[in-house]
Design a protein around this ligand. Structure first.
Ligand SMILES: Nc1ncnc2c1ncn2[C@@H]1O[C@H](COP(=O)(O)OP(=O)(O)OP(=O)(O)O)[C@@H](O)[C@H]1O
Ligand SMILES: [Mg+2]
Length: 591
């Protein structure tokens, strides 16, 4: 027996994504630079106070030179700190993407059923966050908390200056609130439309040659423009409104700056303040209100970054919360499927119900049944691409969900119904992303799949470029290379979905020889087919109809049923309520 699967929680599970990003401690430096920068910027108002109140009254040129020198040095430091801050932020942004993108990609690969494209833009969101982090909005946000300090200094110069700043802040806060509402509404409308446009665009570009061949070019462009308009109109509407608010905010700020100068002049006339404070207060008010004004235009970026962050966290969560699986011993390939049921929310009746069969090492189970019977779904479930909604699939007695996905993948070879080849050359298409792939293994797999001669006859043999998804190859060539890929490495369980669909009689013979050789090597094979040739090498046949197991047993017992459509042979139910099960004969290995 295998050891119990211990679910060891990884150190990173349950902790938030933010807490894991390397380099987040640089934020301490970023804040330190911001504080220094903002304090140094106070030099300008104090410089103007000193010039008016000290230099002009005393007429001392030395003081003027000294003060100017100090101010220039302070401003130079401030500029240097600003540069450091931007540099740290952009480095942090890159570190963020480098850390988060692989997690999200891993999660997308783990989750993608190959049928939905709703997760395609999860990675685009990571990139959006990276450019947000290195953009100007973040610095505006960091500068905003210095507002109370500036207001305090204004109150210190004279309460009237403080009051003007407070009034300005309040008005801009209200404007910011309105702008935030507009941005949220616009983003809510635009996001859905934008992802529909992207999906349509992906489809059109991917199938460009089909679009051309069918004469759909104009229609495709029209459809894209229609979707694009839908996506753009809320953006345009929202931007126009936000731009109007931003202009009003600029007006408020400049009016308040003038008000500060006017008030200052009046206070000077009343002998309440010295004339230097007049310029200083105007500069300070500008400095106080600028980040507030910036936020009005930044709300869109901020809201969209917030939504992106929520999406990225949700995308990363399955990987972060994943428990480490114990690496099990190399399986022998013993497959047990028990009461397997699969349903989706979209379809009322189960796509598969109560499927029960076994396939031992060195056996071939052929799955037959009419179109839509659930054959491909069964293989996808066994390949762990889909999770069963009921029942279990075990490989060497361990349920599939207890296997580490990458370890499981090494022992399971899968040829999907529509063969899509990944990679630039034939050799890469066979070995995939296996970094340890050796040439002799690739050739061995091709020989096992009886594809070696065919590959050698290609212009550059194993180095022939196959094009996107293998579109430079014929359907039959793709299928045979896909078969070699399913055999590549030490596959204990081989799942082939209509491997002979595109093969000529000669190719079919080669396929039969290939699966027999794989069986002799001790692999367990589950093969879906519509054509009779492969049935001659079957040890057992599984007949599916409308997702139900109609029969399972030796070909001689099942094949007549598949022709006559007779009712299945049922064993008595062992317990009330238990689904019908089928007598599973002991399947012996054939020569
Ligand atoms: N993810 C899914 N969501 C909704 N329906 C699905 C999904 N996967 C499969 N189906 C449905 O399940 C049924 C079985 O599909 P499946 O591809 O397994 O059939 P099949 O037996 O392989 O057919 P064929 O012989 O034509 O390849 C079909 O009616 C299909 O529409
Ligand atoms: Mg199918």
């Amino acid at each position: 027996m295998y050891p119990n699967i211990s679910r060891v929680a990884s150190a990173s599970s349950k902790r938030s994504l933010l807490g894991l990003i390397p380099g987040r401690s640089t934020f301490v430096w970023i804040v330190a630079f911001s504080v220094s920068m903002n304090i140094l910027l106070l030099v300008i108002p104090f410089y103007s106070i000193e010039i008016f109140d000290r230099v002009l009254s005393s007429g001392s040129v030395e003081t003027l030179i000294g003060l100017t020198g100090i101010a220039v040095i302070a401003l130079a430091f401030s500029a240097a700190f600003d540069t450091f801050r931007s540099r740290l932020l952009s480095r942090f942004a890159v570190a963020f993407e480098r850390y988060v993108a692989p997690i999200v990609l891993e999660s997308v690969i783990a989750d993608s059923s190959g049928r939905g494209d709703s997760r395609v833009n999860d990675l685009a969101k990571v990139r959006e966050l990276r450019s947000f982090l290195s953009g100007g909005t973040v610095t505006t946000l960091i500068d905003a908390p210095f507002l109370p300090l500036f207001i305090f200094i204004l109150f210190f110069l004279h309460p009237w200056y403080g009051i003007i700043a407070l009034i300005g802040t309040t008005i801009l806060l209200v404007m910011g609130f309105v702008s935030r509402k507009i941005a949220r509404a616009e983003i809510a409308q635009a996001t859905g439309a934008a992802s529909r446009t992207q999906a349509a665009l992906d489809g059109i570009v991917r199938h460009a040659s089909l679009v051309r061949a069918m004469g759909w070019t104009r229609g495709a462009v029209r459809e894209f423009m229609r979707l694009n308009d839908q996506a753009l109109s809320p953006v345009v509407r929202g931007s126009e409104r936000v731009a109007a608010i931003a202009s009003a905010a600029r007006l408020v700020r400049t009016v308040l700056q003038i008000a500060a100068i006017g008030t200052g002049a009046w206070l000077v006339l009343q002998n309440e303040v010295l004339s230097g404070s007049l310029i200083a207060s105007s500069l300070l008010i500008a400095r106080t209100l600028q980040p507030m004004e910036g936020l009005i235009s930044a709300w869109r970026a901020l809201t969209s970054a917030h939504e992106a962050w929520i999406q990225v966290c949700a995308a990363a969560a399955p990987v972060l919360e994943r428990t480490r699986k114990t690496v099990l011993p190399t399986p022998s390939g013993e497959l047990e499927v028990a009461h397997l049921t699969y349903r989706t929310a979209a379809v009322k009746r189960p796509i598969l119900a109560e499927v029960t069969f076994q396939c031992r090492p060195g056996e071939i189970v052929v799955v037959i049944g009419p179109t839509g019977a659930g054959k491909s779904t069964l293989l996808r479930l066994i390949a762990a691409l889909e999770r069963p909604t009921g029942g279990t699939i075990r490989l060497d007695r361990a349920a599939l969900e207890n296997w580490d996905p990458d370890q499981l993948g090494q022992f399971v070879g899968y040829l999907p119904q529509d063969v899509q080849l990944l990679g630039g050359t034939v050799a890469e298409a066979i070995a995939g992303f296996d970094e340890n792939a050796r040439d002799e293994d690739i050739i061995a797999a091709a020989m096992l799949a009886q594809a070696h001669e065919m590959i050698l006859s290609l212009p550059q043999g194993y180095q022939t470029a196959i094009g996107r998804d293998g579109n430079k190859l014929s359907g039959g060539q793709r299928q045979r290379i896909g078969l070699a890929r399913a055999f590549f490495g030490d596959r204990k369980l081989i799942l082939l979905d209509e491997p002979n669909a595109n093969l000529d009689p000669e190719g079919e013979e080669a396929l039969c020889a290939a699966v027999q050789r794989a069986r002799e090597r001790g692999a367990a094979l589950v093969i879906v087919t519509h054509r009779p040739r492969l049935l001659t090498v079957a040890d057992a046949v599984l007949l599916l109809r409308d997702g139900r197991q109609f029969a399972f047993g030796p070909p001689s017992g099942v094949l007549p049923l598949s022709v006559s459509g007779a009712t299945p042979i049922q064993t008595p139910r062992s317990r009330p309520g238990e689904a019908a099960s089928f007598k599973i004969p002991v399947v012996g290995r054939r020569g």
